[in-house]
Design a protein around this ligand. Structure first.
Ligand code: SAH
Length: 270
């Protein structure tokens, strides 16, 4: 594999941008191997920072877009890679970035990043809105966030994030990364997760907005009964008329059960 060695950059990590730079070559190689990029891929990296992962990917794809918020790093990156005509830097906030503008023809976007942990949950929700354009996503996240993404009903970590991610994507936890792999070191353990959006969600909701509202409301009070959540969405009499065990707690309902429930509700509300 070729490596385009980045020049030196004198950059103090900025906490407000969630900057923890990867410095462990073994971990970096493992991430790069997990992504397994090939020469026809269209890659999109969020938060490339000082290019720890970028430098290994830029040579092995057809197109590489990177989205970096920090102006200093963005300026450095654009000089670093200016000779690579297939490299495009977007100095922007990934939370507000329109990822659909990157798509070229039908080619799926392969998104990746060692994400700033302070914005990881809203960023994942933002990226899910582009699920149709995305081939797969590989992220470094705080270990607890990966646990929430892959959690099953009844587990403590199970909730809104897991349900919404699993609605759209197959989720695979690949490996753990200790704080020592970074500089500065985060206080938490990290993990690499792979998300692969389904062509068709296995349990499609008739009304995706309603499904999202149901899941939101259900987990605002995760220890209360389902009946409590449902009555915010439909008249109590109608809910009680359904043959449903509404004494259950949201934390024990599977993705499929949430989808079924939202489909029943959508018939009620129509
Ligand atoms: N990928 C690099 C850097 C990871 S640190 C590495 O592994 O070493 C997280 C990176 O995300 C930093 O470069 C930070 O400036 C950038 N970042 C933080 N908030 C961002 C946002 N809202 N949009 C885009 N990039 C952001």
């Amino acid at each position: 594999m070729m490596k385009s060695t980045p020049g030196d950059i004198n950059h103090r990590a900025r906490k407000r941008f969630g900057q923890n730079f990867l410095e462990d070559d073994g971990i970096i190689q493992r991430i790069v191997r997990s992504i397994g990029a090939n020469s026809s891929d269209h890659l999109v990296e969020i938060g490339p920072g000082k290019g720890a992962i970028t430098q290994w990917l830029v040579e092995s794809c057809e197109k590489l877009d990177v989205v970096e918020l920090d102006r200093d790093l963005a300026a450095w990156l654009s000089i670093q890679y200016e000779k690579q005509s297939h490299f495009t830097l977007h100095q922007a906030d990934a939370l507000k970035f329109d990822f659909s503008q990157l798509q070229q023809g039908e080619k799926p976007l392969r998104i990746l990043g060692n994400l700033p942990y302070n914005i990881s949950t809203p960023l994942i929700f933002h990226l899910l809105t582009y699920h149709k354009l995305v081939g797969d996503m590989h992220f470094m996240l705080q270990k607890e966030v990966v646990e929430r993404m892959s959690a099953s009903p009844g587990q403590k970590a199970y909730g809104r994030l897991g349900i919404m991610v699993q609605y759209y994507c197959r989720v695979d936890t690949l490996f753990l990364v200790p704080p020592e792999a970074f500089n500065p070191q985060p206080k938490v353990e990290s993990a690499i997760v792979r998300l692969q959006p389904y062509d068709q969600p296995p349990y499609p909701a008739k009304d995706i907005k309603l499904f999202q509202r149901l899941v939101n409301i259900a987990f605002q009070q995760r220890r209360k009964t389902l009946r409590n959540a449902l009555k915010q969405l439909a008249p109590v009499e109608q809910i009680d008329a359904l043959e449903l065990d509404t004494s259950r707690r949201p934390e024990n309902l599977s993705l499929q059960e949430f989808v079924d429930l939202s489909n029943i509700l959508s018939d009620l509300i129509e």
